[in-house]
Design a binder for this molecule. Sequence first.
Ligand code: APR
Length: 246
Amino acid sequence: MAVTTRIPTALIATLRGAQHICVLTGAGISAESGVPTFRDAQSGLWEKYDPLDLATPEAFLRDPKLIWRWYRWRRELVAKAQPNPAHQALATFATLVPRLTLVTQNVDGLHQRAGSTDVIEFHGNLFDDRCFAEDRIVDCTADADVPICPGCGSNVRPGVVWFGEAIPEQALDRSFAAAADCDVFLSIGTSSLVFPAAGLAEVANEAGAVVIEVNPNPTGMSAGFDYAIAGNAGSVLPELIDSLTD
Ligand code: APR
């Protein structure tokens, strides 16, 4: 594993020759948009809460009003955020290679707002509303403390995947198929702590792909990557695009 702060020339050649690039992003790619990562301390009134205690079905059943207050706070925060150069670079990247599969653990929708299409949302989307009982996306306008499903009258929950819940089947299947098929796998801005998302890099590695990590900090999986580029995504990715288009 080569730890580097620069993008090796050999890596640019590899990217140029790649037929299919699979990218996994985590909260770190949105950090430079001002969206706190999961393992950063929460700010303001939420600092006393651990996200791991709020993002669970049990927490919602226990106190749906509290969970909706937290998610409305996150929605407002994300709605004010803008895609950063890392999101924009990935949208450009997709136009420079034959095939790019973008899988994100993030629920903020910033990849789509940067122009990426067909984003695989591994953990759902912050702005979707889902009926808790029927497990389907619903369109509820009421701004009640806890929105109610227009179909069955049950509580509506945010459309994100909570701890202990299954990944949406299509997202899971498409992501692992892309990891097994790609020539190059890029893991950007994730601590690689949460499975099954963190298993994508292992599948790509075992299938013979060149695996690259972009993160200012080392992770528990850095040693398994061919390249670990120690830097912020907002700087490394635009530089990667510049190198590809030189
Ligand atoms: N550029 C790249 N990486 C960054 C940057 C940056 N500017 N800033 C921080 N990072 C890195 C951190 O070093 C850390 O390794 O982003 C990573 C963020 O890690 P987490 O907060 O654990 O977020 P993530 O890996 O996306 O969490 C995975 O866990 O909490 C659940 O469902 C939640 O989707 C989330 C999943």
